[in-house]
Every structure is written in structure tokens, then in C-alpha cells.
Design a protein. Structure first.
Lengths: 355, 322, 339
């Protein structure tokens, strides 16, 4: 049947045209927007092959991939700014990319894609430290430098670990602030965290609660930590539920930057600014509004841009072949603290944002 | 009186009342007016979207793209407020029109190209969400103008303004479904599309209207959502479409089409809302909440089907015996 | 004979051509990196988990239903296995421990399949609603078991399943190929398979023909769950841990793949080959564009457009086709209900 083959040919042609057209259209518009990665890709693609054939390392620009837990929240947008600025200052190409929600599986896939793109270093803030290990192993086998930032992975699996602060210090500091603001060290409190498997948040919570058991034994945690998955609305509704369920609540701690804001919103709506203390990790700019009327009492964080910047800086230093020593000077950054294992880097002490 | 009992909505109401009694006994915070108002306010968005989904389900279709549509409208509305500082009227109009636009696309694809609604709206969901995330890069929109924040806090007779919008939306939907030709057409299509066509309904036009309505409702919901949380986070709406469908179905609509009422939808949303709120207040550990909700959904829909089958069996017996 | 095959499998052949075209297109976009062993290996590692879920979804869609709980079944059975894998028993007897935990995972999935199947087949609730409820239910059970975090600490031998290769072919790919063959024979070449298609085509008629549709449906859901659990096995091995929301995005994507592969959403028609090729197309497009550096969101848009686009094309071609047939024979227009 002649008509059948003609029919099939038409179908194929049409489908093919649709696909090609959409790709072409989006590639053209996409090329403009995602300038960091796509245009960089094409030029460095050729640079890569050149470098391989001439084996001339001195002219090669490092490709450093920095992956946050997710993109879209202010915290990781700011770290991205810092990372990209470092790229410009230090003359390296920075690919800042991550999943749109705190999804460990997506990160693994993106790491595998980055490996194929032939990057020199992968810096990752994992949503789940265990999930990324096989992928990181593959990266290291290919000679790619691996470091973690913001949230640690098993130290044996990475070449360096960039911590924004000492986890123990922050964990304890938050509880100190909570008690300070509450004005008493006995009372009910609750914790709203980000993702339940985020290693950094859990470290702070664990250090903090351990510390509180010893130093503030009359502080009573009313229920298990509640997840909000890095979503402010979740934190908001969970906080509302909390204040209704536990009317004697005196304080709420929010971990992960959207949480304290959501909690503060709930407090403000209920008019409980004076009754309930809210302390948490939140980005400075976002804190301001809630600090004004006391919905948020203390916001605690670190310089987000610096974190991004430092990560790239450390990656470049390691790619250049330097070893990390305590008190060493990082290009464009300042001095850093390095722990005995020669791998863990502490950026600095936490900053407090108050009224 | 018997007639009232037979109505499906009564069954749901009974369940709600029963649950409320149990929950109040577990934690009498539940019955407090401020708690109930909070629950109402917190579910306005879901309910408005459910009102938009209702005609779709009655017609035997489905709209999976509502979560992306509301995300898009929220972003559009947010940008409008921040960049142009327009007024409330404009914002609502623009948001609803954007939503209606997506609905129009859905409607045309479904009505004219006969692509099954589940597939078409699945594709639209992908496309719209991808576009929204691409455009915003996932960034939040904050710094909304102060007047909008005040708008969000307005209370009339103790009821938050969003609840009033909800009541209005419900009234409009009810009126459209019951008293307009298009509304009756929706039921007709859901009952039997071929017969409806034979009777003279313009199926394609009605289908397009249905999806436009769903999109417009999503747009309205986006305004309400932004007014409550005072920021726009494009990522927060994913997965919402399934919750909306569950609420409407529990409220009596069937995925097969042909049945469904506004009252039922309200009750369905109320049931889910009370359940969620109740579980928290009853201090049920977070991890058990999902188990309870999942089980209740399964049993609720089973119960409904079993009931219907029994009614059918009764009818058949009558016929045979006669 | 060839003509007959061409006519019968026109859909699959078209998809195959599209696949080849897409591969070439992606290759043109990133010539140096697409056709490397590394990249092909990555695709071979990432595709199986998606493909297995898609086949599992397809089986249910053929019966006119849908299985929204499929990803949760995968993770739940993965979590069940992980529980055992991270325990002392497995640490001391790795090989035996792995075998037992795989068995446990499969058993859990069979139970979920029975649960779903019971409500769909014997109670008669719409598949979408049952699986919507069971999706939440299984998620809750998984959350309870993991307390929201992830379970890790598997014996190192276990990562063989997800990360190693035999004779150069990644193990997940081998598992996938094996399941493709098994699914093909079960669905398209066995008695039960025929019953499945018939049930999907017209449940009432099939029932009155004497076939026990309820039992058939029940088995379909068990089949779907088993495939999901195999996918779950690959997942937890690749990610070296088990968590409730791994692979959650696969649910909608698998529906897209199934539909793209030519399966009718109303049931009664669909081929394993079509689904597999469609999965490959989506995977190649996704990986290729990623490699090219295209923004992830744009890739989502493209897949959505491709889905609607291909279906629209099918529709227009069907219109053209029936118009042709009408022209050829005025009186004999056969329209199968299942196409």
C-alpha cells in the first residue's frame, strides 16, 4: 500500500520537524539566558580538545562546577553570585548548577552529566551525603577534583571540605541565643528544619540538642524536628500548627534559610511576637523585615557570597597543586582555618542579625 | 427527609461531623473559632482550584496542569506588583487572564486535537512549569508592596478576605453549573458525550470553556496564595494538582464524569483540611499522618463505589422481580 | 511478510527512526562528548530505572488504568531491602544478606500490588483514585521506616548491581534488557497477556466472554509493582542509600514515555517495544541537551512539547488516514475501539 509508506514518511518528517524546531527555538533563547554554561560550553569544548592535543597545561582554564542543594532560594542564589565572582576574579570558568528542588537523585544525575562534560572539579552541597558517593567515586576515578561545601560528605570521599562555620560552634551558638532571647533557660521549644536528610542541618541540631541537654536541662523539646523541605510556606503552616497545638511554646528554632522566615510569618500573624522567641539561620536581607516587629528575634548566618567565593578559590588552589595549611591566605579572600586532617576548611564564625 | 439522607454529600457531612467530634475530644483547640478560621484560610487556595477542577471532572476530563498554571500566574502577578505596582483589580484580572490563556491552550488541544486530557494537561504542566522556572530561575519574588500585605490581612465580620473570595467563587461556579446552558452541557458531556452531541451541545466549545475556567480559577487562587504568604516561590506548587483532584473526588465528583456539585467540593476540601489539621492537633507524629491520609483516601473512595454498586444492585433486583 | 510487519509495527518503526534522528541531532550538538564511551555508559546507567518504571506503568495503562503509586512502590521496596542491607546480618554475610534483602523487597512489592489490585479489580474503584491514595499510604509507610532520612550503610558488594559492568555492559542495563524480554513475552506472547489487552479494550465484554477479569487485573498490578521494585533495587544501589523521594519525578515521566510509545491512555493497545524506544528517546534528549549545556528547565519544556507534538501529529495523521480510507471504500470503515 503506497499510501501507508507515504503516510509513515509524513509522520516521521513531521515528528522530526517538531523536535528540531523546538530544540532550535529553545536553544536560541536558552543560549542567551544560560550564558554561564551553554556559551561557555561551546568555547571550552574546543579549548578542551586543544588542551588535550597540545598537552599544554599553562594556558588551560579550569572548569569548576559548583552544585548547591537546590537553586532558587536566596541563600543559594547569593552563594552562586559569590562563586561566579570568584570565577571572574581568579580566571576560572564556573558552572553553577543544581536541581530545582532539594532532590538527592537529581543531583546524582547532574553529577554524572558534569563528569561527561569534562569538568576539572566538582564542588557539591549534597542533599543526601550517602546518595552522591558512588557518583563522586566515579568522578575521582576520572581524575576530577571533588570537594563538598555547605554540607559535608564522608571526608574520605572528598579531596577537601569547605565548611562555612564550625558545626559544633553554630549548633551551640543558636541555643545560647535562644535562651538569651527567651530570658529563661526553662520552657518548651520546637524545631523546624529544612530537609530531613541534610547533613549540615542535622549536625547543627544534634550538636545543639546535646549541648542543651547539659547546659540547659530544663529546656523541653515538645516534638521531633519538623521538616519544611526548604519551603517557606511549609514552615509557615507547620509553625501555625505548632503554636496552636502547644500553647505553652516559648521558642521555635528554624534551620535552613526559608524556615525562620516562615515561622516569623506565622508568629506575626498570630501576634505572638512577645510570647514566642524565634531564632534561626536566615539570610540577612530577608531577616530585616521580620526583625523590625520582633517576629524574628535572631537571625544567624554567614556571608553567603563569601562561601561561594571561597569554594571556587579552594578548588582552584587544589587544582594548581597547592596543599591546604592552617591560616593560609586564599586568593582574593583572606585567611582560612584548616583542620588537622588537612582537608576541612572553616570559613569563619557565625554572624548574628538582630534588630 | 429520606431524600436528604440519600444524597452523597450527606455522607461526607456525616463523616466530617464525626471527625470533628472525635478531634475536639482529643484536643479542644480544634473547635476554637480562630483555629477553624485558620484552617479555612489555609485551604482557600486548594478550594478555589478545586472549584475550577470540578467542571473538568464532571465532564469526564482531568486537568493536571493546574499546579503549573497557578505557579505561572503567581509569578506574573508578583512581577506585576513589584515592577508596576498596580492595583488589586488589575492584578486579579491579569492573573485570571493568564490562567485562562493556559486553559485555552489546554482546551484547544483537547477539544480540537482529541488528545486525551490526561496527556495534554501532562504535557502542558511540563511546558508551563519549565517556562516559569526558566524565566525566574527558581528565584523567589519578595518585597511586595505594603498595600498588598494589608490586603491580605483584611477581615470582614471576622472572616479573612480570602474566605470571602472563596465563597464568591463557589457561588459563581454553582450558578454557572446549575443555571447556564454551558453548565448543563458540562454534565451532559460527562454523562454521555455522544448523546450530548446528538442533543445539540457544541462539545468542543464547552470543553474549551471548561479548561479556560479551570485556568482562570487557578489564576484567582494564585492571587489568594500570594496574599497569604506575601511572596512568590515558583517551586512550591508542584504536586498540588493531585491534592486538588483528591479533594474534588472525595467531595463526590467521579473521574468517570457526570457527577459532582459545588457543595460536595466544599465538603471534600473541608474533609481533607480537617483531617490534616486534626492529625497535627492530635499530636499524631508527622510520619503517621501520611499513612492515615492515604488510608482514608482509599477507604473513602472505596466506600463511595461500594455504596453506588449496592444502589445499582437494588435497582436491578427491582427490575428483575417486577 | 515484511510489508505485514511494517504495517503492524508502523508505530514502533516511526519511533525508531525518531530515536535515530534524535541521537544524530544530539551528537551534532556536542560531537566531542556525546559519542564517548563515558556518555553512553552514563545513559546506560540512568535509563534502566526509568525504563523499568515505564514498562510497569504501561502494563497498567493497557488495562485502562494508571498507577500513580509506582514510584512509591519502588522506593518502599527499596527501603525494605535497605533495612536489611544496613543491618548486622548483611554486614556479616554479604552475599546471603543481599539475596535475602532483594527477596524482601520483591515480597513487599507483591503486597503493594495486591493492595492496589484488590481495590481496583474487586472493589471496583477507579485506578487513578486507588493509586493516588496508595501513593500517599506507601509514602507514609516509607517515611515511618526511614524517619524521613535515608538508610545507608550497605555492604560494598551491593553497589555492584547499580555501578559495575559485566563485559562492558552496565549491570542495570543487563537487568533492564532481561526484564524487557520477560515483559514482552508475558504481555504480548502469553495467554495472560491476551487477557490483559482484552480487559483493557472492553472490560464488560471480556468478562462476559468468560475471562476472569478481576484476577487478570490483580495480576497486572502485581506485575507493575514487581517491575517497580526492580527499579527500586537499581535505584538504591546507584544512590547507595534508600530514601522516600528518590525518583519521584519518574512518575509523570513514565506516563509521558508510555503515551509517546504509542500506548493508548484508554487502554487496549500498547507495545513493550514502543515504550522502550520512547524511554530511550526521552533519555537521549535529556542527556544530550544536558551535555550541550542547555538549561534544565528548557529540557522539561522540550519534552512536554514533544509529547503534545507527537500526539497531535498522530491525531492529524489518523484523520488523514481515515479520510483516505473513506475515500477508498465508502462502506467499509473499520474503526477499532482500542486504537
Amino acid at each position: 500500500m503506497e499510501t501507508k509508506t507515504m503516510l509513515n514518511a509524513r509522520k516521521i518528517l513531521a515528528a522530526v520537524l517538531v523536535i528540531a524546531l523546538t530544540i532550535a527555538l529553545t536553544a536560541c533563547t536558552g543560549g542567551g539566558k544560560s550564558a554561564d554554561s551553554s556559551s561557555g560550553e561551546k568555547s571550552s569544548g574546543t579549548a578542551q580538545t586543544e588542551a588535550l592535543s597540545t598537552a599544554d597545561d599553562t594556558k588551560k582554564t579550569y572548569k569548576i562546577a559548583v552544585m548547591p542543594k537546590l537553586v532558587g532560594i536566596p541563600y543559594f542564589t547569593q552563594t552562586g553570585e559569590g562563586a561566579k565572582r570568584a570565577g571572574e576574579d581568579l580566571g576560572v570558568e564556573v558552572i553553577y548548577t543544581g536541581p530545582t528542588k532539594a532532590d538527592a537523585a537529581e543531583q546524582v544525575k547532574m553529577i554524572e552529566d558534569l563528569i561527561n562534560q569534562g569538568v576539572d572539579a566538582i564542588c557539591i552541597a549534597p542533599n543526601d551525603p550517602n546518595a552522591v558517593i558512588p557518583a563522586l567515586k566515579k568522578a575521582r576515578e576520572k581524575g576530577i577534583l571533588v570537594l563538598d561545601w555547605d554540607t559535608p560528605v564522608d571526608i574520605n570521599e572528598v579531596d577537601a571540605s569547605v565548611h562555612q562555620i564550625d558545626d559544633k560552634a553554630l549548633g551551640e551558638h543558636i541555643f545560647d541565643k535562644l535562651v538569651e532571647e527567651m530570658g529563661t533557660d526553662s520552657g518548651d521549644y520546637a524545631i523546624i528544619t529544612g530537609g530531613l536528610s541534610a547533613a549540615n542541618l542535622n549536625a547543627w541540631i544534634d550538636y545543639g540538642t546535646e549541648y542543651a541537654k547539659e547546659k540547659y536541662p530544663n529546656l523541653n523539646l515538645v516534638t521531633d524536628k519538623i521538616p519544611s523541605d526548604e519551603q517557606q510556606q511549609e514552615a509557615y503552616s507547620k509553625a501555625l500548627d505548632l503554636v496552636k497545638t502547644y500553647p505553652d511554646l516559648k521558642g521555635i528554632i528554624g534551620y535552613s534559610t526559608p524556615a525562620p522566615l516562615g515561622i516569623a510569618q506565622a508568629i506575626r500573624e498570630k501576634g505572638l511576637q512577645d510570647e514566642i522567641v524565634v531564632v534561626g539561620t536566615a539570610v540577612k536581607e530577608d531577616c530585616r523585615e521580620f526583625l523590625e516587629d520582633g517576629a524574628l528575634d535572631v537571625g544567624c548566618l554567614w556571608n553567603t557570597e563569601d562561601l561561594g567565593y571561597l569554594t571556587v578559590s579552594v578548588a582552584k588552589a587544589l587544582l594548581d597543586g597547592e596543599t591546604l595549611t592552617n591560616g593560609m591566605e586564599m586568593e582574593g579572600f583572606g585567611t582560612i582555618e584548616v583542620k588537622e586532617d588537612g582537608k576541612t576548611i572553616i570559613m569563619g564564625p557565625p554572624e548574628d542579625y538582630m534588630k | 427527609m429520606r431524600y436528604l439522607f440519600k444524597k452523597k454529600e450527606f455522607g461526607i457531612l456525616a463523616v466530617i461531623i464525626l471527625m470533628s467530634v472525635v478531634l475536639t475530644m482529643l484536643n479542644n483547640v480544634f473547635i476554637r473559632p480562630d483555629n477553624l478560621i485558620d484552617v479555612a484560610k489555609g485551604n482557600v487556595v486548594l478550594c478555589i482550584m478545586a472549584l475550577g477542577m470540578l467542571p473538568v471532572l464532571i465532564s469526564g476530563g482531568i486537568d493536571l496542569s493546574v499546579s503549573s498554571t497557578i505557579a505561572m500566574c503567581a509569578v506574573v502577578g508578583g512581577k506585576l506588583l513589584v515592577n508596576n505596582g498596580s492595583n488589586l483589580f488589575m492584578m486579579i484580572a491579569v492573573c485570571m487572564l493568564s490562567g485562562a490563556g493556559i486553559g485555552l491552550f489546554n482546551g484547544i488541544v483537547i477539544a480540537k486535537m482529541k488528545i486525551p486530557p490526561i496527556v495534554a494537561t501532562l504535557g502542558t504542566m511540563s511546558i508551563v512549569l519549565g517556562a516559569v522556572l526558566f524565566y525566574t530561575n527558581g528565584d523567589w519574588i519578595t518585597n511586595l508592596p505594603k498595600w498588598f500585605g494589608e490586603f491580605g490581612m483584611i477581615k470582614v465580620l471576622g472572616l479573612p478576605v480570602q474566605v470571602l473570595f472563596l465563597i464568591a467563587a463557589g457561588a459563581i461556579t454553582w450558578f454557572l453549573l446549575k443555571f447556564t446552558l454551558i453548565g448543563r452541557g458540562v454534565y451532559a458531556i460527562g454523562g454521555n458525550a455522544v448523546s450530548a452531541q446528538r442533543v445539540g451541545y457544541n462539545i468542543e466549545k464547552i470543553q474549551i470553556c471548561i479548561y479556560v475556567y479551570s485556568g482562570a480559577m487557578a489564576g484567582l487562587a494564585s492571587v489568594m496564595h500570594t496574599s497569604i504568604v506575601q511572596q512568590v516561590d515558583p517551586n512550591t506548587f508542584t504536586g498540588m494538582e493531585l491534592n486538588v483532584i483528591v479533594a474534588v473526588v472525595i467531595g463526590g465528583a467521579s473521574t468517570m464524569g457526570g457527577v459532582g456539585t459545588v457543595l460536595g467540593t466544599y465538603l471534600g476540601v473541608a474533609l481533607m483540611a480537617i483531617l490534616k489539621n486534626g492529625l497535627v492537633l492530635a499530636k499524631v507524629p508527622t510520619f503517621w499522618q501520611k499513612i492515615v491520609m492515604g488510608s482514608i483516601i482509599v477507604f473513602a473512595v472505596s466506600f463511595d463505589v461500594i455504596n453506588r454498586k449496592r444502589e445499582q444492585a437494588k435497582l436491578e433486583r427491582v427490575d428483575v422481580e417486577e | 511478510m515484511l510489508k505485514k510487519m511494517k504495517a503492524k509495527h508502523a508505530n514502533e518503526l516511526i519511533l525508531l527512526v525518531i530515536l535515530v534522528f534524535v541521537i544524530i541531532l544530539m551528537g551534532m550538538l556536542s560531537p566531542t562528548r556525546f559519542f564517548t564511551w563515558g556518555n553512553l555508559a552514563t545513559i546506560a546507567f540512568q535509563m534502566p530505572e526509568f525504563g523499568l518504571l515505564a514498562i510497569g506503568m504501561m502494563a497498567v495503562i493497557i488495562t485502562g488504568g494508571i498507577n500513580l503509586s509506582i514510584t512509591q512502590v519502588a522506593t518502599l521496596s527499596g527501603i525494605a531491602s535497605a533495612f536489611l542491607l544496613s543491618g548486622d546480618f548483611a554486614a556479616q554475610n554479604p552475599v546471603l544478606g543481599i539475596i535475602v534483602s532483594i527477596a524482601v523487597g520483591l515480597i513487599v512489592s507483591v503486597f503493594t500490588g495486591l493492595f492496589n489490585g484488590f481495590f481496583v479489580a474487586y472493589v471496583g474503584v477507579a485506578a487513578m483514585l486507588v493509586t493516588l491514595g496508595s501513593m500517599t499510604l506507601f509514602e507514609g509507610i516509607g517515611l515511618n521506616m526511614t524517619k524521613g532520612g535515608s538508610i545507608a550503610g550497605f555492604p560494598s558488594a551491593f553497589s555492584f548491581i547499580g555501578n559495575e559492568s559485566i563485559l562492558g555492559i552496565p549491570v542495570p542495563m543487563l537487568i533492564y534488557l532481561m526484564m524487557i524480554v520477560i515483559s514482552y513475552f508475558m504481555l504480548e506472547r502469553s495467554n495472560w497477556g491476551v487477557k490483559v489487552y482484552l480487559t483493557g479494550c472492553n472490560e464488560v465484554a471480556t468478562r462476559f466472554s468468560g475471562i476472569n477479569t478481576k484476577r487478570t487485573l490483580l495480576k497486572v498490578y502485581v506485575f507493575s509493582s514487581v517491575l517497580a521494585s526492580i527499579a527500586g533495587l537499581v535505584l538504591i544501589s546507584r544512590y547507595n542509600s534508600a530514601k522516600v523521594d528518590y525518583g519521584s519525578s519518574y512518575m509523570m515521566q513514565s506516563v509521558a514515555a508510555v503515551v509517546l510509545g504509542g500506548t493508548s491512555i484508554n487502554g487496549g493497545y500498547g507495545t513493550v517495544a514502543g515504550t522502550v524506544i520512547a524511554v530511550a528517546i526521552i533519555q537521549v534528549v535529556s542527556t544530550g541537551l544536558n551535555l550541550f549545556g542547555l538549561n534544565r528547565y528548557l529540557i522539561d519544556i522540550i519534552i512536554g512539547v514533544v509529547l503534545i507534538g507527537v500526539l497531535a501529529i498522530r491525531f492529524f495523521n489518523k484523520k488523514w488516514e481515515t479520510a483516505q480510507l473513506l475515500k477508498i471504500s465508502q462502506s467499509d470503515t473499520k474503526q477499532s475501539q482500542c486504537r
